[in-house]
Design a protein around this ligand. Structure first.
Ligand SMILES: Cc1cc2nc3c(=O)[nH]c(=O)nc-3n(C[C@H](O)[C@H](O)[C@H](O)COP(=O)(O)O)c2cc1C
Length: 168
């Protein structure tokens, strides 16, 4: 069992937000999990609860796992670390390779959900998906549509209520 120290959500927000644009590792699935790099979305409050919102395009292998399983984890690397793993998990698909073997990543059990976390990171969020929110193309500005969604590969926002927030 991993040693674990609960941290406050507000403390975690700052640490995770700094890393987010470089990428965090979102893991979905249980028996055969998969991990992808996510650089958008982030942390906020809704319905009086803390959430991590993960925007995941329908083309991602992880998307199917997120639709199938009601939870996901977010592993936030220490600043400047895991660059190769973030690049691999952000360019290769779990459809084609075992990313854990390829990137030398080790899993550890989640504390509050059945989905694992990635060992060696700074902050962890374990999330229960409370809403899946497709984008409404008519509500997206034209310049954004052209720049990011020309191929119709829209993001779905997975709203994960944070049920555990900790460092190890
Ligand atoms: C820094 C970085 C950030 C990324 N952010 C996102 C994101 O927020 N949403 C998304 O759908 N894809 C994002 N990607 C792309 C996916 O991580 C990439 O397509 C990945 O190979 C999907 O893996 P999968 O098919 O195993 O799910 C990002 C890639 C990088 C390198």
């Amino acid at each position: 069992m991993i040693a674990m120290k609960e941290i406050s959500f507000t403390d975690a927000v700052e640490r995770a937000t700094l890393q987010l644009q470089k990428g965090v590792l979102v893991t979905a699935g249980t028996q055969k999990p998969n991990t992808m790099t996510v650089g958008w979305g982030g942390l906020n409050f809704y319905w009086n609860k803390p959430f991590f919102v993960a925007p995941v395009r329908a083309s991602r292998f992880t998307y199917g796992l997120l639709m199938e399983h009601g939870a996901f984890t977010v592993s936030v690397p220490f600043e400047g670390t895991m660059k190769e793993a973030l690049a691999l998990c952000g360019t290769k698909s779990g459809r084609d390779i075992d990313k854990y073997a390829a990137a030398g990543l080790s899993l550890a059990p989640g504390k509050a959900v059945d989905t694992p976390i990635i060992q060696g990171c700074e902050v962890y969020f374990e999330c229960v998906t409370r809403m899946k929110q497709p984008m409404e193309p008519d509500f997206v500005p034209e310049d954004v549509r052209e720049k990011f969604y020309g191929n119709d590969d829209w993001h779905v926002l997975f709203w994960g209520e944070i049920v555990a927030c900790y460092e190890v």
